[in-house]
Design a protein around this ligand. Sequence first.
Ligand code: NAD
Ligand code: UFG
Length: 347
Amino acid sequence: MNNSTILVTGGAGYIGSHTCIELLNANYTVLVIDNLDNSSEESLKRVEKITGKAVSFIKGDVRDKALMDRIFSENTIAATIHFAGLKAVGESCAMPLEYYDNNVNSTLVLCQAMEKANSKNLVFSSSATVYGDPEILPLTEDMPLSATNPYGRSKLIIEEMLRDLPESDKLKNSTNPWSVALLRYFNPVGAHESGTIGEDPSDIPNNLMPFITQTAVGRRKELSIFGSDYDTVDGTGVRDYIHVVDLARGHLKAVQKLLSKDSINGVQAYNLGTGNGISVLQMVKAFAEVNRVDVPYKLVDRRPGDVAACYADATRAKEELDWEAVMSLEDMVKDSWNWQSQNPEGY
Ligand code: NAD
Ligand code: UFG
């Protein structure tokens, strides 16, 4: 039994809400801060229903320094998972300052509050986007990092900023040094098996899976497949899709690692992916076959900024976090559809 409190920023969002379930099921006490800019409090009500446990919720912004100080002074936080941020690549090109403010500044304010409270265990939501346009696949954590857009650059800047913290501990001879897990997600899809929580983009979806599910449910006329002339198995883009429940369990494993005797000494990056590359056409076909629904599509030009293929080597997460993805492509397409068909308009 344990009832340590885990602070989850952005916990009402897609990955955060699924992670809250895993934390509650493992008997952690969960405190969520979210400004609900890209989510609804309803997701947390459903998390409570699924788990039969309560979530403490604070509606607020992680950039609010006074609020963050208050949260850390009023609670003993064993570890923090920092999901809060903006995540749309295209939007980040149009409004870079909002992205740097929301993503970099929120992390800065959060870490200042954590340092002040001497609560220095952090799990950070990074992304495979930090590998830029990869030259060698599968991607291991020590491959070169680069950014191709402001969203990716914000993640890179944060990773760099976090790497400076353990260095400062050394200079200060800190007896409670920072322990930071940078989790680099590949492409999260799927939903909780209940179909009651899932991905609910507020605008026209940028990502493949919500576009597929919204097309299948009749909200979109057809899927545009961006590019059919890549050097891949069938010419369409290849990605490492990972079930969001597997991803959520990766966060639980990272928290458990941070709170163990064998904690992370400083900062360590982990790829969270399956290691399998799936093409857009393979995904559309699997979705249509498993769910017996039609997904009308057309082949169009490449989307600027897309890479041909991207998939993970997740060996480090297996060796050091005792985590690996176990859910199949069938689980991913079945659970995505289960959520969308039960909630055609989202929350
Ligand atoms: P999401 O938008 O569903 O969740 C993010 C949550 O943070 C939302 O509930 C939003 O309201 C909240 N939020 C945003 N800015 C905030 C702020 N300043 N203060 C308080 N709350 C704030 O997104 P998600 O898919 O769950 O992604 C979570 C994290 O994972 C993000 O940092 C994202 O960049 C990262 N990530 C996501 C993907 C993906 O494809 N979904 C891939 C790689 C990395
Ligand atoms: N795709 C389509 N049609 C669509 C949407 C996507 O064909 O309507 C294709 C893309 O061209 C790509 C694949 O589906 O080949 C996956 O595209 P997504 O937009 O779902 O995902 P990306 O790999 O482009 O980006 C995702 C996240 C980013 C993150 C990146 C790397 O959205 O935030 O993974 O982790 F940076």
